[in-house]
Design a protein around this ligand. Structure first.
Ligand code: G6Q
Length: 551
C-alpha cells in the first residue's frame, strides 16, 4: 500500500504545530520546572542506559512522536522485518540480520529454508575453525601456528569486524594480531604485507558478492604475494592452509581458487552493513573466541527482544529514533556527532556513518516518490576527549545546531582510576555545557569578579558566551563487553530502521554507490589504454591526462 507523504499525515501536522510552541523552549527552564526530568526521560534495556532528558522536548512532544510512529506503521514494519517479509523492496529481499543472533531453536522458515538450522550450522563451523586456529591446531604450511590474520574486505565486509575487534581488544587472543585491508589503494595492502610472515598468516577474503572490485584486487595481490613465497609444488596445499573465504557466492570463490571447505557462507537476506553478526564476524570470533562472539550475539538479541516487545514510549531504539527525528525535522539539525568517551570505540563513529547514511541517505520514498522533508543527517565523530580539543568549538558556539550522542562505560577495562574519573567528568561536563550554556550576564559577572575593567568586560563578553540549549543523548553501560557492544550496535541498527520507516525509505538498498563504480571501471581502462575524451567533461579529461603520465 502506498504511504501518504509525511507532511500530509495528521500526526506530522500536529508535530509541526507543537514545534511552533516549542521554538522558544530552553532546556535550563525545562529542568528547573521538572525535578523528575532525568527519571522521566531516560530508559534502560539490554545493559544500556539512555538519558535523553537533555533534548528540547517534553512529555507532549514524545506523545506526538509516538503517534507519528504508529501512524507510519513502525510496529507493523518492525514485525514484518522480524518475520522475514521482503521489506527490501528494490532488491526483493528479506532483511534478517536479527535471525543471525537468535538463539538456537527459533522457527523461521524463509522460502522453504530453515533459517535457524542454517545459521547455527555456520556458527558451529565458525566455532570449530576458530577453536582450531586459536588453539594452535590449525597450522600454516610449514607447521607453525597462525599469528596474523588479514581480513580483506570493504564497506560492510570491513567496518563491522574492524570496529568490533578494536572495541573488544581486551578479550583478544594474545598470539593473534588482526589486520584489515580494505582500500584499493596499494598503500593499505603494502602496509599490512610488510608486517606479516607468509608461514603464519591467515587471509580471510570477505565479500558477500565476491565481485567487489577493491576486494578482488586486494585478494589477488595477497594470493600472488603468498604464492611467490611458497614452493610451487605445494602451492595448492599451502593455499588451503592460508586462505579462507566468507561469501554468499560459492562459484566465485572456487574460481578464485579457495576450497569450498574453507568457505563460510551467509545469505542474501543479510545486508552488508548489517553483516557483522554473520560469518563476516569471523575475524571477531578468531580474535575473542567463540564464547565471547556468542555473548556479542546474545547482547544484540537482548536488544532485539526489547525492540520487539516494549511499547513505543519505553522502547529505547524507538525513543532514540524519535528524538533524532525531532531534532532533524524541527530543530533543523543537519548532522549528528557521535562522541564515544571510550578509546576502544574509536571506529564506532565510522561504523555508524555507514549504518545510518547508507541506509537512510536517500531522497525518494519506498514508493519512488520524492521525500517532502529532510532525511538522514550527516553522521560524524571521534572519541572524547580528543574531539573536545578539535571541533567541539563549533558544537558549542558555531551557527549550526548539532546534536551529540555521548557514549561511555562506567567501569574501565584498566586500573587507572584517575584517568577514568577524568574521562567521565569530561563526558558529563560537556553534555551539561551544551545544555546550559553560559549567558552573557554570567560571563560579565565572571569577568568583573576577575577585576577586568568595564570596557574589557564588554569587549570579551560576546566571545565567551555560550548559547547552550544544544541537545544531546548520553548512553551508559556498566562496562564495554561483548554483550553490551552487541546491544549498542543493535540499538543503532533499530534506530536507523525506525527513522527509515518514519521517512518511508527503503533502508536496505544502496543504489547511490553504483554510478561511481561504473565510471571508475571506464576510467581505469583509459588509464591503462586509450583515453576517450568524448565520454567526459574537460575537468575529468584534464585529470585523466595528468594521471596517464604516471603510468
Ligand atoms: C553495505 C554495502 C557495501 C558492501 C561493500 C562490500 O551494506 O552493500 O558496503 O558491504 O560494497 O560488498 P561485498 O561484501 O559484496 O564485497
Amino acid at each position: 500500500m502506498r504511504q501518504p507523504s509525511l507532511t500530509s499525515t495528521a500526526s506530522f501536522q500536529a508535530l509541526e504545530n507543537h514545534a511552533l510552541e516549542a521554538e522558544d523552549w530552553e532546556m535550563r527552564k525545562l529542568f528547573a520546572a521538572d525535578p523528575q526530568r532525568f527519571e522521566r526521560f531516560s530508559s534502560e534495556a539490554a545493559g544500556l542506559f539512555l538519558d535523553y532528558s537533555k533534548n528540547r522536548l517534553d512529555g507532549r512532544t514524545l506523545e506526538l512522536l509516538a503517534a507519528l510512529a504508529r501512524e507510519r506503521g513502525v510496529e507493523r514494519q518492525r514485525d514484518a522485518m522480524f518475520a522475514g517479509e521482503r521489506i527490501n523492496n528494490t532488491e526483493n529481499r528479506a532483511v534478517l540480520h536479527t535471525a543471525l543472533r537468535a538463539p538456537r531453536g527459533s522457527t523461521l522458515v524463509l522460502d522453504g529454508q530453515d533459517v535457524d538450522a542454517e545459521v547455527h550450522a555456520v556458527l558451529d563451523r565458525i566455532r570449530s575453525f576458530t577453536d582450531a586456529v586459536r588453539g594452535g591446531e590449525w597450522l600454516g604450511h610449514t607447521g607453525k601456528p597462525i599469528t596474523d590474520i588479514v581480513n580483506i574486505g570493504i564497506g560492510g565486509s570491513d567496518l563491522g569486524p574492524k570496529m568490533v575487534v578494536l572495541a573488544l581488544r581486551h578479550y583478544a587472543h594474545p598470539r593473534l594480531a588482526l589486520h584489515f585491508v580494505s582500500n584499493v589503494d596499494g598503500h593499505d595492502m603494502d602496509a599490512t604485507l610488510s608486517q606479516v610472515d607468509p608461514e603464519t598468516t591467515l587471509f580471510i577474503v570477505a565479500s558477500k558478492t565476491f565481485t567487489t572490485a577493491e576486494t578482488m584486487m586486494n585478494a589477488q595481490t595477497a594470493r600472488r604475494w603468498f604464492l611467490e613465497r611458497v614452493p610451487a609444488e605445494s602451492a595448492d596445499a599451502a593455499l588451503a592452509k592460508h586462505f579462507v573465504a566468507v561469501s554468499t557466492n560459492v562459484e566465485a570463490i572456487k574460481t578464485f581458487g579457495i576450497d569450498p571447505a574453507n568457505m563460510f557462507p551467509f545469505w542474501d537476506w543479510v545486508g552488508g552493513r548489517y553483516s557483522v553478526w554473520s560469518a563476516i564476524g569471523l575475524p571477531v570470533a578468531l580474535a575473542v573466541g567463540f564464547g565471547y562472539f556468542s555473548d556479542f550475539l546474545a547482547g544484540a538479541h537482548e536488544m532485539d527482544q526489547h525492540f520487539r516487545n516494549a511499547p513505543i514510549e519505553q522502547n529505547m531504539p524507538m525513543i532514540l529514533a524519535l528524538v533524532g527525528f525531532w531534532n532533524r525535522e524541527f530543530l533543523d539539525a543537519h548532522s549528528v556527532t557521535i562522541a564515544p568517551y571510550h578509546q576502544d570505540l574509536n571506529r564506532f563513529p565510522a561504523y555508524l556513518q555507514q549504518l545510518d547514511m547508507e541506509s537512510n541517505g536517500k531522497s525518494v520514498t519506498r514508493d519512488g516518490d520524492p521525500v517532502d522533508t529532510p532525511t538522514c543527517p550527516a553522521i560524524w565523530g571521534e572519541p572524547g576527549t580528543n574531539g573536545q580539543h578539535a571541533y567541539f568549538q563549533l558544537l558549542h558556539q558555531g551557527t549550526d545546531l548539532t546534536p551529540i550522542d555521548f557514549i561511555a562505560a562506567l567501569r574501565p577495562a584498566h586500573e587507572m582510576e584517575q584517568h577514568h574519573r577524568a574521562l567521565l567528568a569530561n563526558c558529563f561536563a560537556q553534555s551539561e555545557a551544551f545544555m546550559k550554556g553560559k549567558t552573557i550576564d554570567e560571563v560579565r559577572a565572571d569577568l568583573q569578579a576577575q577585576g577586568l575593567p568595564p570596557e574589557e568586560v564588554e569587549r570579551l563578553a560576546p566571545h565567551k558566551t555560550f548559547p547552550g540549549n544544544r541537545p544531546s543523548n548520553t548512553i551508559l553501560m556498566e562496562r564495554l563487553t561483548p554483550s553490551t557492544l552487541g546491544a549498542l550496535i543493535a540499538l543503532y541498527e533499530h534506530k536507523t530502521f525506525v527513522q527509515g520507516v518514519l521517512w518511508n525509505l527503503n533502508s536496505f538498498d544502496q543504489w547511490g554507490v553504483e554510478l561511481g563504480k561504473v565510471l571508475a571501471k571506464r576510467i581505469e581502462a583509459e588509464l591503462a589504454g586509450e583515453p576517450q575524451p568524448d565520454l567526459h567533461d574537460s575537468s575529468t579529461n584534464g585529470l585523466v591526462a595528468r594521471a596517464r603520465d604516471a603510468f
